[in-house]
Design a protein around this ligand. Structure first.
Ligand code: AMP
Length: 468
């Protein structure tokens, strides 16, 4: 018995001492850092970091967007984050959530009313007019990639700073332009391995819409007592958004609501039908959705949104959307210019990809490594660094780790990266000006002149020079 007691005592004191000591130390450090006026910082609400672990999503998105832009001949547009507040108020419109509730708007030090861009179409229109692009051969095709800011209620896939990639076509009224943008967006998601479908609608011309709006208001007024609080507000402020309501109690009213398609004139119907014919021809899956109106006021005719094809999860948020805005350029002080655009939300796409991959046991494809360069000793490391730099602009994808010293470790790395070849440089190779090329599968090694490394590797990899 006494023995046991003794043992326990020892244990207790052993455990207690260090914890106490650690706590005291941490406390002292805290006091000391507080004295130095230091504290650690967190992110602002609704903001997020994009870390290297997510590069496997962001890089393919950028590569796809850039590839599409170059293939479909869009020029890159970069505009400032800060613009005059009035630009967005006028383009996006009063009564929209984006302008009324979510815009980061403030007075600059000189009293100018500025806003951090909540979207980029308004700025693209400003740039189109300001830089006289209407004077150039039409259509003008622009694309952008950047941060947008909306003081939204943060939740999964909804941030206060988020990224969009967008494509805009100015000076083309034909349905082919609408179809081109839907095709590009569809291809963007296809490149990432994400199956999507399009929801599409036409909201016609402002006159057609105004007539429809009256009918809608009359109908909703008669059902006022069944509506949610927000919809009662919408009825006064922005009736088209009534169709956007997701509240359960409003759904029966929404289902019976008049449909805009019945208010469209022949031209609007014709334009819309032609867009659908293109989509049929291209094999792009779409759903006609007569409640789709989009949240920004500048749209006319075609509007569309992209959703992950997934019948199981039901209600989801859009990955992106767009539409025609045939009157906006003129409203913003330019010449009458038909236009159409799309913006795809990148955080939402990453989230959808992660969910899709998890469900389907899928991983993002890794960039293949052609060869791993392993080095032994300081001199070899210097030569390797030079070789790595020389290989930068060739189409041989090289991997290396200057900080691992044992050959075994480096070959294990080469193995984990599935590099078909290892290039080994030791003391002897440095002196001879050679390298060893090792076939990772067969283990067969070959000594090659350093100067011929690229040529030999390319031949082995089946990547031939044009001059061959
Ligand atoms: P919108 O033009 O407002 O429909 O925005 C286009 C796309 O941007 C949406 O479909 C979303 O993917 C994305 N998006 C909009 N607002 C946010 C937000 N607060 N956080 C993250 N993504 C957003």
């Amino acid at each position: 018995m006494p023995k046991k007691e003794n043992k326990m005592k020892v244990k207790k004191t052993e455990v207690k001492k260090p914890v106490k000591a650690v706590k005291e130390k941490a406390g002292k450090e805290k006091d000391a850092s507080a004295e130095r006026g230091k504290r650690s910082y967190n992110l602002l609400r609704g903001m997020h970091d994009i870390l290297p672990k997510d590069e496997k999503y962001w890089r393919p998105m950028y590569d796809s967007a850039q590839g599409l832009a170059s293939h479909f001949q869009f020029g890159r547009l970069e505009t400032p984050v800060l613009e005059e507040q009035g630009l967005f108020v006028r383009a996006v419109g009063k009564g929209t959530d984006v302008v009324d509730k979510e815009m980061y708007a403030f007075e600059d030090k000189d009293g100018t009313k500025v806003a951090m861009r909540p979207e980029l179409t308004a700025a693209a229109v400003r740039a189109y007019i300001m830089h006289g692009m209407w004077n150039m051969p039409q259509p003008i095709k622009l694309w952008y990639w950047g941060s947008m800011f909306r003081h939204d209620r943060p939740q999964a896939g909804r941030y206060r700073q988020f990224h969009q990639v967008g494509f805009e076509i100015f000076g083309q009224a034909d349905s082919a332009a609408d179809a081109e943008l839907i095709l590009m967006s569809y291809d963007f998601f296809k490149d990432l391995g994400l199956p999507v479908e399009v929801k599409i609608n036409s909201i016609g011309t402002p006159t057609e819409r105004a007539n429809y709006r009256n009918e809608l208001v009359n109908y909703y007024r008669s059902k006022r007592s069944y509506l949610c609080e927000e919809c009662r507000n919408r009825l006064v402020k922005n009736p088209m958004r009534l169709l956007d309501c997701k509240e359960d109690r409003c759904q029966p009213v929404k289902e019976e609501a008049p449909q805009i398609i019945n208010w469209l004139g022949a031209d609007s119907k014709n334009h819309f039908m032609k867009v659908l014919e293109y989509l049929d021809e291209l094999g792009i899956p779409y759903q006609l959705d007569n409640t789709l109106v989009r949240g920004l006021n500048y749209y006319t005719h075609t509007v569309f949104e992209f959703y992950v094809t997934d019948t199981q999860t039901g209600q989801q948020s859009a990955l992106g959307g767009g539409g025609r805005y045939d009157l906006l350029v003129e409203e913003m002080g330019g010449r009458p210019t038909p236009a159409v655009g799309v913006a795809l939300g990148l955080e939402r796409t990453v989230l959808a990809l992660k969910q899709f991959n998890e469900k389907n046991n899928r991983e993002m494809p890794k960039l293949p490594t052609d060869a791993f360069i392993a080095q032994l000793g300081d001199e070899a490391r210097r030569v390797t660094m030079k070789l790595v730099d020389q290989l930068r602009n060739t189409d041989v994808k090289i991997a290396f780790n200057f900080f691992k010293t044992s050959l075994k470790n480096q070959l294990e790395l080469a193995d984990s990266l599935k590099a078909p070849f290892a290039v080994i440089i030791g003391q002897k190779e440095v002196q001879d000006g050679t390298v060893i090329i090792r076939d990772m599968e067969s283990g067969i090694q070959e000594i090659v002149d350093q100067k011929k490394l690229v040529t030999v590797l390319k031949r082995k990899l089946g990547k031939f020079d044009d001059k061959r």
